[in-house]
Design a protein around this ligand. Structure first.
Ligand code: G3H
Ligand code: 13P
Ligand code: ZN
Length: 333
């Protein structure tokens, strides 16, 4: 058993309290490799933004849970080396699907876990979430739960259609589980294809898809039921069209990839939404940069020569999200 406190990580409790009161959101960036982690830490240190490093099932399968956990420990030291005196870094399990997995993360030094039992019937979701909360809270690890279903694939649980979170359930759910934050469904979804073309309109000038707006009415209903309670948005990549264009111009094929417009995320950040999950945008930044190097310099075979530019592009993306979308810069001086 290792406590996250011994390795300089923090849980989400204070972070979320301040974010809800201050009208901004904390970035939750997924990481799977060293370059992503370096870019996240560089961007957070430079902007003095609190940050959540999150580890998905895909990341655990790809990179190994133990290795990622030690990389996060290294990230705390790296942040200090970059001149961030008091880094506020959370190591979070993204979409945990069992008590055993959540326990293993708590035991190895994660400071926050998500138990995603949203695909289970309501009472089973409550029972499993409460079991995780009861365990995690003994070690001061915070717990995110989910109510409602996002369309798309959530760590191998595929849902054809989204079901918005029912505002009438949230008080009962939060009270009976004791969870610290709640992921809700208001129209976001995972991946780079968040909406089918038939759900969108098309901008006549650019020909680009314009997605339907998020269900802010549902968000506001939830906020009214649980004043000040930390709300989380998954599936919040905006799928920057510049990256899609670079990818497509350099041999890629991502037709009609579409995300959540950043103005809507900015608006959500000002509400009780205090954690915004972004993974796909980082994948797009990385892929765009790498494809460009491969196309421009076909003789290049030193991975540092394409992973380096990919890292720089991701750092730019993370800084943009922190400063211009979530408003978390300067909140962890
Ligand atoms: O929850 C979705 C995240 O983007 C993680 O996806 O399991 O492919 O890493 P992944
Ligand atoms: P995106 O696919 O929109 O980046 O969402 C990531 C996410 O919600 C991770 O849990
Ligand atoms: Zn998610």
């Amino acid at each position: 058993m290792v406590s996250y406190k011994e390795i300089g990580l923090v849980n989400t409790r204070e972070m979320f309290k301040k974010a809800v009161a201050g009208g901004y959101a904390i970035p939750a960036f997924n990481f799977n490799n060293m370059e992503q982690l370096q870019a996240i830490i560089q961007a957070s240190a430079e902007t003095k933004s609190p940050v959540i490093l999150q580890v998905s099932k895909g990341a655990r399968n790809y990179a190994n849970q133990t290795l990622l956990r030690y990389m996060a420990e290294g990230a705390v030291e790296y942040a200090k080396e970059l001149g961030w005196e008091h880094p506020q870094i959370v190591l979070h399990l993204d979409h945990g699907d069992s008590f055993e997995l959540c326990k293993s993360c708590v035991d190895m030094g994660f400071s926050s876990v998500m138990i995603d039992a949203s695909s289970l019937p309501y009472e089973e979701n409550i029972a499993l979430t409460k079991k995780v909360v009861d365990y995690a809270h003994q070690y001061d690890v915070t717990v995110e739960a989910e109510l409602g279903v996002l369309a798309g694939v959530e760590d191998e649980v595929a849902a054809e259609e989204s079901h918005y979170t029912r505002p009438e359930e949230v008080i009962d759910f939060a009270t009976r589980t004791g969870c610290d934050s709640l992921a809700i469904s208001i129209g976001t979804s995972h991946g780079a294809y968040k909406f089918k073309p038939e759900q969108c309109t098309r901008d006549p000038k650019t020909g680009r898809l314009v997605p339907p707006p998020l269900a802010f009415d549902v968000l506001h209903e939830i906020e009214k039921k649980l004043p000040g309670f930390p709300i989380v948005l998954h599936g919040s990549s905006s799928v920057p069209q510049e990256y899609v264009d670079i990818i497509n111009a350099n041999g890629g094929k991502l037709p009609d990839a579409v995300g959540i417009p950043e103005e809507q995320l900015r608006e959500a950040s000002k509400s009780a939404v205090c954690k915004i999950n972004i993974d796909s945008d980082s994948r797009l930044a990385m892929t765009a940069a790498i494809r460009k190097v491969f196309n421009d310099k076909p003789g290049e075979f030193d991975p540092r020569k394409y992973l380096g530019p990919a890292r720089d592009e991701m750092k730019k993306l993370y800084m943009h999200k922190i400063i211009n979308v979530l408003g978390s810069d300067g909140k962890a001086e």
